[in-house]
Design a binder for this molecule. Structure first.
Ligand SMILES: Cc1ncc(C[n+]2csc(CCOP(=O)(O)OP(=O)(O)O)c2C)c(N)n1
Ligand SMILES: [Mg+2]
Length: 368
């Protein structure tokens, strides 16, 4: 009868393990061993250096538009680091470190941004989906893969990346609803980088947190410090373990910040202030993780320099292999989506081919 508060069995929590000065909550520290800690450090650094190189390549006209991950390296590297090879990772477009960790050659990542259709093809045996630019469309793919796993009785899990802006899309909510209703082994990891191009997080949703959206769909939500590799690792690991033990889906909101442009096609100084960006510099995941690993005597300056040189060399090698391919064939945009090209696309292809030829381009000439 009476009016009363309803308490749900679902909960939302906040998790932070390593603060910006490198101080750690000992009780929550996963205490990864030295090899795994160094691997994760190198992965995060590689994402940063690859990112910087991609911006330079775009500015020099050597790749097309690029969407950087600067500041968000911990959020995606530490999450994918949790996933086993037999699990699935469903990507958005700001996770270069995840592709590398999962076994994509770095030149394939460059090929995507360079306009090659092959940049979308996962290597044989890698359980990943490629970059998805239509925001949140990948959430439905993740849900579908997880449903397949459940139907087959596989105890595997799916990690799905999405952005804060993506959470306003119908696809995101359909995927969350279905995942909750069917109790699927999927983890939706939202990288809340505070911006969807020029649209701020505050205007994206009236919810206090993105994590709490999970409650409406019948599962738990976790908000965590997305610039702390340890929080991301622990939060993701718990959710993955739960999914594999038939505990159903989770929503993780990794709070982070997009330190630079949305893509190389925009200018953030038009819509946000330097004062807003500045405090996030101090929360940089690389500096923080370095401090922590030094305290644990896992990392010293000599090793930092060695890893740096190694990462730079690996990125340079990938750029060399990518550039040896020559330029992609624009007509490759057509054959990959349909077994048989529909008539209107055949028409568009011919029109495009004629336009290219008028510009002096012959299909196939760009291949190295
Ligand atoms: C379905 C769809 N609508 C619009 C766009 C154009 N668009 C590209 S990125 C973007 C913002 C995405 O923001 P968010 O989800 O927060 O991801 P972020 O770029 O910050 O990583 C939009 C609207 C798109 N790619 N797909
Ligand atoms: Mg965003």
């Amino acid at each position: 009868m009476p009016r009363k508060s309803i308490t749900t069995k679902q909960k939302i929590e906040y998790l932070s393990i390593l603060d910006s000065s490198g101080e750690v909550d000992e009780a929550l520290d996963p205490k990864l061993d030295a090899d795994r800690s160094l691997y994760l450090y190198r992965l995060i650094l590689l994402a940063r250096r690859l990112d910087e190189r991609c911006i330079a390549l775009q500015r020099q006209g050597r790749i097309g538009t690029y969407g950087p991950c600067r500041g968000q390296e911990a959020a995606h590297c530490a999450a994918s680091f949790v996933m086993e090879a037999e699990d699935w990772v469903v990507h958005a477009y700001r996770e270069p470190g995840s592709f590398y960790h999962r076994g994509w050659p770095l030149e394939t990542v460059l090929m995507f941004w360079g306009g090659y259709e092959e940049g979308c093809r996962p290597p044989e045996g890698v359980n990943d989906t490629p970059i998805a630019v239509p925001i949140a469309s990948q959430a439905l793919h993740a849900m579908g893969i997880a449903w397949g796993m459940k139907l087959r009785g596989d105890h595997r899990a799916v990690l799905c990346y999405c952005g804060d802006g993506g959470t306003s899309e119908g696809d995101f909510h359909e995927a969350m609803n279905f995942a909750g209703a069917y109790h699927l082994p999927v983890i939706f990891l939202v990288q809340n980088n505070h911006w969807a191009i020029s649209f701020p997080r505050e205007r994206q949703t009236a919810s206090e947190t993105i994590a709490q959206k999970a409650i409406a769909y019948g599962f738990d939500g976790l908000q965590l410090d997305g610039n702390d590799p340890l929080s991301v690792y622990v939060g993701t690991k718990e959710a993955v373990d739960k999914a594999k033990a038939s505990g159903g889906p989770s929503l993780i909101e990794a709070v982070t910040y997009r330190m630079t442009v949305h893509t190389t096609a925009d200018d953030p100084t038009k819509y946000r202030s330097a004062e807003e960006v500045e405090p996030w510099e101090k929360l940089d995941p690389i500096i923080r993780y370095q401090k922590y690993l030094k305290k644990r005597s896992i990392l010293d300056q000599k090793l930092i320099d060695e890893i740096e040189a190694d990462v730079i060399a690996e990125v340079a090698g990938a750029v060399e292999r990518y550039e040896a391919l020559g330029t992609p064939d624009p007509l490759d945009a057509f054959p990959n989506n349909y077994a048989q090209l529909p008539a209107e696309l055949v028409e568009q292809r011919e029109e495009f081919k004629a336009a290219l030829e008028r510009e002096g381009w012959t299909s196939g000439e760009g291949r190295g």
